[in-house]
Design a protein around this ligand. Structure first.
Ligand code: NAD
Length: 418
């Protein structure tokens, strides 16, 4: 078996972490049992480019139980958990190509290695498989039934490929499932981003001015959790409606230039580029801490920070101290890469349970139906989304009411009024 991981000696520790995560992934376990019996993915070759975490380890086990041949590579050079990749290779015989801290060249070498199984399904988090296939491995396209995409930024990239008619196979936007972004992006990113910042810095959040750039699903979660920790949360947005929502949710809303002067901690979660840039660094207080939790490391203009600085050093793991020519210091966390995965462990398993249930069911849907779909970006079929919500509630022991026949009729009727 081909693989490239840091150290197989870490495998036993990784296996325990995969088992721990599985305790919080009951929906995925249910799917695994079904897949084990029915082998619905027999004959599928699936290349996955996902953050290699203990939760992803559980997804890989499910897909393998379904009969798929797999290859896994990382979707970010800093997000790999080396013990998990070792465990997947040694204990579950799943080929993994991922080493935490790998350079860009190795990252893309690994992406290519994961594609060498000639996939008929791709599973992306940020569209790196799709873009590599479309630019450098076009010979693979004819055998591909379809692909899935995990995150907002990937879906945006893929939709723009579809709009320009350059997308050559169908994609299911797992991110857009309600049982994904309403929970994973909001509560998962919310909690784990704070976790990453705290593990990197060990600062006290209470009383800080905590600036969140972007009030989308992730930004809402980060703002909510930072407020819970006692921070004064400031939101910066570009969309008037989202800004208004943040105001009504009780946050201070202002431009990033205003916030730059007073912020103690800054977090970007926009999916956009150069959100924090030279003008902002110049205005920041001495000691400001800057982090990103958006998908790519482009939200903070690190080049501008380098230009403004006379030297830098690593003062703690995941904390770079930049000494500016002006005399002040700015601290950049996790090289501007998503801090929840760089310095912490990513989203808790409880929330990834639903995201990855969507991945497993969407992969199966594509394997069965991909050849009938157009080269477009599709939503997760609604019945999959609602089945996952039903399963999650059941595993949480939550019972809900059902509509009576009279209520169903009333809600479908326009005649009954005052
Ligand atoms: N860290 C993680 O584990 C994780 C998890 C899920 C998603 N993500 C990533 O986080 C990013 C945000 O995802 P989302 O689902 O919240 O997206 P979203 O589209 O719901 O929200 C993004 C928000 O940022 C705002 N924005 C854009 N440019 C801005 C700017 N220059 N200044 C201020 N605000 C700006 C937009 O108006 C929007 O409201 C994406 O890159 C996504 O892929 C990361």
């Amino acid at each position: 078996m081909n693989y490239d991981v840091k150290d197989l000696g870490l495998a036993d520790k990784g296996k325990l972490r995969i088992e721990w995560a599985s305790r919080f992934m009951p929906v995925l376990k249910h799917i695994e049992a079904k897949f084990q019996k029915e082998k619905p993915l027999k004959g599928a070759r699936l290349s996955a480019c996902l953050h290699v975490t203990s939760e992803t380890g559980n997804l890989m086990k499910v897909l393998k139980a379904g009969g798929a041949e797999l290859a896994l590579t990382a979707s970010n050079p800093l997000s790999t958990q080396d013990d998990v990749s070792a465990a997947l290779v040694k204990h579950y015989e799943i080929p993994v190509f991922a080493i935490k801290g790998e350079d860009n060249e190795t990252y893309y070498k690994h992406v290519h290695q994961a594609l060498d199984i000639k996939p008929n399904i791709t599973m992306d988090d940020g569209a790196d498989l799709v873009s590599t296939i479309h630019s450098k491995r076009t010979e693979l396209i004819k055998e591909i039934h379809g692909g899935t995409e995990e995150t907002t930024t990937g879906v945006i990239r893929l939709k723009s490929m579809a709009n320009e008619s350059v997308l050559n196979y169908p994609i299911i936007a797992v991110n857009d499932a309600k049982t994904k972004h309403l929970f994973d992006n909001r509560y998962g990113t919310g909690q784990s981003t704070i976790d990453g910042i705290l593990r990197a810095t060990n600062i006290l959040l209470a009383g800080t001015n905590f600036v969140v750039a972007g009030y989308g699903w992730c930004g809402r979660g980060v703002a909510l959790r930072a407020r819970g920790a006692g921070a004064h949360v400031i939101v910066c947005e570009v969309e008037p409606l989202k800004a208004l929502e943040a105001v009504m949710d009780g946050f201070q809303v202002m431009s990033l230039k205003q916030a730059a002067k007073i912020g103690d901690v800054f977090v970007t979660v926009t999916g956009d580029k150069n959100v924090i840039r030279e003008d902002h660094f110049s205005l920041m207080k001495d000691g400001a801490i800057v982090a990103n939790s958006g998908h790519f490391n482009v939200e903070i203009d690190i080049h501008a920070l380098e230009e403004l600085s006379k030297e830098k050093r690593t003062i703690r793991e995941y904390v770079e101290e930049y000494s500016l020519k002006s005399g002040k210091k700015i601290f950049l966390l996790g090289e501007g890469r998503l801090i929840n995965l760089a310095a912490a462990e990513g989203h808790p398993a409880m929330v990834m349970d639903m995201s990855f249930a969507n991945q497993a069911m969407s992969a199966l849907y594509l394997y069965r139906n991909g050849n009938k779909l157009e080269n477009k970006v599709y939503a997760v079929p609604e019945d999959i989304d609602s089945e996952i919500a039903v399963m999650k509630l059941k595993t949480l022991g939550v019972k809900i009411d059902t509509l009576t026949l009279e209520q169903k009729k009333y809600l479908a009727d326009w005649k009954e009024g005052t």
